[in-house]
Design a protein around this ligand. Structure first.
Ligand code: SPD
Length: 278
């Protein structure tokens, strides 16, 4: 048998993975949800034909969207995740004993159900007593909370469909207000090869709001171009000032104190995206 799942990552480029089987398909109220068992990456979650996570490479993204910011804030007690219904980001957050409460706000409850059924190794912390799961629109949740969260993580899909508003300047203003006085924020911000204009615009918006704005990189093989960006805005603490000594032992496979520092070293073509005059 020779069945392939193909994601059209740009109009002119595709990534194909040979599949053993399609385990699940449904139309949720928000999107098409599919789960494949692939030969190369193991189980794979696909929303609207876009790969969201796979069992074999999810650790890179989930460790890097969480631990950089969690190790930057000295005491991140209240953490909010917008999106992230597969649970991988929550799994990494609860490794930090200092976190008292992690709130997940996911617009599509079917993603959470599918993750619990097909991705137990990723969703395993969703029932942790410190975790609160809310099925709601993250944009509304952030608008209705003020000065509550030490850290807000936006673990979204691409900036189309349900996630489009999560990349808007208005949303970032509400995020700023929902944070505590020394809070910080991080979002996945797509590929520097294919989403340069978006990265430039988001960085400008974040740098206009937060005293500290940084962009960092990680390598995610199943995302377009393989190189992925995260944008961080902080009211006080700078991820570049984090001391390597004294960081908690997290049992990570990609993140480390050295990777924390090196992730902020940007190739010139990426650094150019952040130049103010653009
Ligand atoms: N191009 C796909 C980008 C998806 C980023 N979010 C993934 C969610 C994993 N928790």
């Amino acid at each position: 048998m020779n069945f392939w799942f193909t994601e059209l990552q740009t109009p002119d480029m595709a990534l194909s993975c040979r599949t053993k089987t399609m385990l699940h398909y449904e139309k949720t109220p928000f999107q098409e949800l599919a789960v494949y068992d692939t030969v190369q990456f193991g189980r794979m979650l696909v929303l609207d034909d876009v790969i969201q996570t796979t069992v074999n490479d999810e650790f890179v993204y989930h460790e890097m969207i969480t631990h950089v910011a969690l190790n930057t804030h000295p005491s991140p007690r209240r953490v909010l995740v917008i999106g992230g219904g597969d649970g991988g980001t929550i799994r990494e957050i609860v490794k930090h004993r200092v976190v008292e409460k992690a709130t997940l706000v996911e617009i599509d409850g079917r993603v959470i159900e599918a993750a619990k059924r097909f991705f137990p190794e990723i969703s395993c912390a969703l029932d942790d007593p410190r975790v609160e799961v809310i099925i709601d629109d993250g944009i509304r949740h952030v608008r209705e909370h003020r000065g509550v969260y030490d850290l807000i993580i936006v673990d979204s899909t691409d900036p189309v469909g349900p996630a489009e508003g999560l990349f808007s300047a208005a949303f970032y203003r509400d995020v700023f207000e929902a944070l505590t006085a020394d809070g910080l924020f991080v979002a996945q911000t797509e590929s520097p090869f294919f989403n340069g204009d978006l990265i430039t615009r988001v960085f400008k918006d974040i740098a206009g709001l937060f005293p500290v704005a940084r962009l960092y990189l990680a390598c995610v093989p199943t995302y377009p171009g393989g190189l992925w960006t995260f944008t961080l805005g902080s009211k006080k603490y700078d991820p570049l000032q984090v001391e390597a000594t004294g960081l908690p032992e997290l049992g990570t496979r990609y993140y480390s104190p050295a990777v924390h520092r090196s992730a902020f070293i940007l190739p010139p073509f990426v650094a150019d995206l952040l130049r103010a005059e653009k």
